[in-house]
Design a protein around this ligand. Structure first.
Ligand code: BTN
Length: 323
């Protein structure tokens, strides 16, 4: 069941009028609210970046919607693809949605509560690195209960990188790849990353906070110098992507497949290997102790760790970074 919300309902009516006028009275009657309340909600939509023309006697007309993952647009997209049980929270600018999600997860929020911002001033990536998060990107974190053992921790980030890459492939025709363990790659450059924070009880991961950062509609020059070459979808395709739609599709894929993939990591392994970056090629990784290991990527094991064929045999990599 979808929750009633004045702003969302008004937006739905404006969109269904396809750029023609609808009177304040009609809107009020439809939603059982006063014309003053309608006006207030219209003002609120305008402050979010919606361009709504107002004409005396005619009413309101939607001229332009912002390309931002604001709640009314994302909820509209959720409905379009049949998602009703995601609790979505939007911020114009915050330090980090991951921090917000972690705080809320500790207070026991419902599974599939999502926090998203247009800009992060203190976005962070793996290994406490800074994550540049300007306007135009997709910066979101969500909470869910994986109920898997700690040995499956790597599978959570691999699975999420896979869901993002697959959405870009299936819905937008982009040749995206998964770079083990948590990156999304386009044209051999990084376009996105996954950050997983786990809350465990004993050996069991009871809550996971998954942060997804995707460089979408901005110039890569804003990213500055990165450890691994980075780019944006805009730069690679020359096209601007509609953020509310993209976000909704990623969440749908993630929410629909997550439980099954984590329960059946053999299936996940097989799926990811089909789009695993550099599979079958020679690579070098830096280990956490600063040593290096080189070999040919054979694939993943059942727990989604990387398996290399080296000169001294098969080697399993639990943690490391491509150089
Ligand atoms: C990485 O590749 O190092 C992971 C990057 C994860 C970035 C996302 S953006 C949303 C969430 N908030 C953060 O501060 N980080 C994650």
């Amino acid at each position: 069941m979808r929750k009633q919300n004045g702003k969302d309902d008004i937006l739905r009516s404006l969109i269904s009028h396809k750029g023609t006028f609808i009177s304040g009275q009609e809107l009020g009657q439809k939603l059982s609210i006063s014309r003053v309340a309608v006006h207030k909600q219209i003002e609120s939509l305008a402050s979010m970046g919606f361009d709504i023309e107002r004409k005396r006697k005619w009413g309101y007309r939607l001229v332009r919607i912002p390309n931002k993952p604001v709640s009314p647009l994302v909820k509209y997209e959720f409905e379009k693809i049949g998602i009703y049980d995601i609790d979505y929270h939007y911020f114009e600018e915050v330090e980090s949605v991951q921090e917000i999600a972690i705080r809320e997860a500790r207070k026991k929020v419902a599974d599939w509560t999502v926090f998203c911002a247009s800009r992060q001033t203190g976005g962070r990536g793996r290994f406490e690195r800074k994550w540049v998060s300007p306007y135009g990107g997709l910066w979101m974190s969500f909470v869910f209960s994986p109920e898997v053992y700690l040995n499956k921790a790597a599978a959570i980030s691999v699975a999420c990188a896979y869901f993002v890459a697959e959405t870009l492939r299936n819905e937008y025709g982009l040749q995206a790849f998964v770079k083990w363990p948590n990156d999304v790659i386009l044209n051999d450059k990084k376009i996105g990353g996954i950050l997983v924070t786990s809350i465990s009880e004993g050996e069991l991961i009871v809550k996971a906070i998954v942060g997804i950062g995707l460089n979408v509609n901005f110039k890569p020059s804003l990213i500055g110098k990165a450890i691994f070459p980075a780019t944006t979808i805009l730069e690679e395709t020359g096209k601007e992507f509609y953020l509310p739609g993209l976000l909704a599709l990623i969440l749908k894929k993630t929410k629909t497949e997550m439980k099954d993939m984590l329960k059946n990591t053999g299936k996940l392994k097989n799926a990811v290997e089909k789009i695993l970056w550099k599979k079958g090629q020679e690579v070098t990784l830096r280990m956490p102790d600063d040593s290096f290991v080189s070999g040919r990527i054979k694939g993943l094991d059942e727990d989604c760790f990387l398996v290399l064929s080296t000169t001294s045999g098969e080697e399993k990599v639990l943690s490391g970074e491509f150089i």
